[in-house]
Design a protein around this ligand. Structure first.
Ligand SMILES: Cc1cc2nc3c(=O)[nH]c(=O)nc-3n(C[C@H](O)[C@H](O)[C@H](O)COP(=O)(O)O)c2cc1C
Length: 366
């Protein structure tokens, strides 16, 4: 039966279906706990949370589910260029965004104390709270962190965009990995090479990763229905991670404007852009992204760019300006049909059963 795999055994879940974590506030306890309670692995992207909030988050998850779930962090959470990012550089970037602030009726922001969170502080809080699983992107935590996870029984899940990254994750002693193809919504999480130099699609990436490592492999990117799950498992995956289809559900933490865009004709057209955070990510095409990409020296490093764009968020939502929001989406967004996580999860299981039943009939008829 397709549901029993090395990944489901290690994670102690019923179905090999992971709801992908969403950073920046797009995750929700409700969505992640629904998926975990249905027998998948719900995940919460905590990249933007302060250490104290991570402890509270794990307690809130535990109050909603007795089943396993994952908390996700970004290992490398500041670009090297942040070292020289002073108030004068900040002022240049704010000046570039002046027309946008003006259009929204906002005062330009002042130089903040910090642009993002500190990974070491976040991960110390995570280990203390000991969620069932810890998934991470943009690198591999130190041996001491991985050892602390082992001691506290936290299953560790790395993310690879290349065979070399998969090998590095295995060599570090991580428990399992997500292979994530260029189809995926959100950030390209490469850490050994520049992300735009290694845009591998899943049909090429998965079999090579499968051959290179013995770890359980979860496939992410462009999977939105049971056909995709059956194909991923047939190609060698032990589980799938689905992002955009869960993000589109009303239980996710993203804005209603974002969910509406995912179900619109706009969602057929996604681009890779640094416009929203300073790091390459797949989102629905927008004038904001294209203007930022075309302006010389126009995009600040991560996390400063993300901080700047975030200052627009509340007003953009209030004024219906979805063009100013990061509308992250994977390449399969036009396959979306479900608005609720329970219905989506049930359909994913039933469709995968059906896809394997059809494949068995086909091979019997041959
Ligand atoms: C809005 C959004 C935010 C995301 N944030 C994170 C994150 O913080 N950490 C992470 O590991 N993956 C993140 N991802 C990736 C998803 O967890 C998942 O791997 C990806 O969406 C799978 O591709 P799909 O969207 O085509 O299904 C994000 C994806 C989206 C769409």
């Amino acid at each position: 039966m397709w549901i029993d795999t090395p990944a489901t055994r290690l994670l102690k879940i019923r179905y090999p279906i992971v709801q992908g974590p969403f950073g920046g506030g797009a995750s929700s306890v409700e969505l992640a706990s629904i998926v975990s309670n249905l027998g998948g692995l719900g995940s919460f992207g905590a990249q933007h949370l302060a250490p104290a909030e991570i402890g509270e988050l794990v307690a809130r998850m535990r109050a909603q589910t007795a089943a396993p779930f994952a908390i996700n962090l970004w290992v490398d959470n500041a670009d090297a260029a942040m070292a020289g990012f002073d108030s004068a550089t900040f002022a240049r970037h704010v000046a570039r965004l002046k027309p946008v602030y003006a259009a929204l009726g906002l005062e330009p922001p002042a130089f903040p104390n910090r642009f993002g969170q500190d990974f070491d502080e976040q991960v110390a809080a995570l280990i203390e709270a000991a969620p069932p699983a810890f998934s991470f992107v943009f690198g591999i935590p130190s041996p001491a962190i991985l050892e602390a996870c082992r001691q506290r029984g936290i299953v560790t899940i790395g993310n690879a965009t290349t065979v070399a990254e998969a090998r590095a994750i295995e060599a570090a002693g991580v428990d399992m990995l997500v292979a994530t193809g260029a189809e995926a919504g959100g950030h390209r999480v490469s850490f050994l090479q520049a992300p735009d130099s290694v845009l591998m699609g899943n049909f090429a990436l998965l079999p090579q990763v499968r051959d290179a490592v013995a770890l359980p492999v979860i496939l992410a990117g462009g999977i939105a229905d049971g056909r995709g799950i059956a194909a991923a498992l047939t190609l060698g995956a032990d589980a799938v991670q689905i992002g955009t289809a869960f993000l589109a559900c009303e239980e996710s933490g993203t804005a209603a404007l974002h969910r509406a865009a995912l179900f619109s004709g706009q969602a057929t057209d996604t681009v890779l852009t640094r416009a929203f955070t300073g790091r390459l990510a797949r989102a629905i095409r927008s004038g904001f992204a294209e203007d930022a990409e075309s302006g010389a020296d126009g995009i600040a490093p991560y996390p400063a760019q993300g901080w700047l764009v975030r200052t627009l968020r509340a007003s953009a939502i209030e004024q219906g300006r979805s063009d100013l929001l990061p509308l992250y989406a994977g390449q399969s967004a036009s396959l979306l049909r479900h608005h609720h996580a329970t219905g989506l999860f049930g359909a994913l299981v039933a469709e995968t059963d059906e896809a394997f039943r059809k494949a068995a009939l086909r091979s019997r008829d041959e």
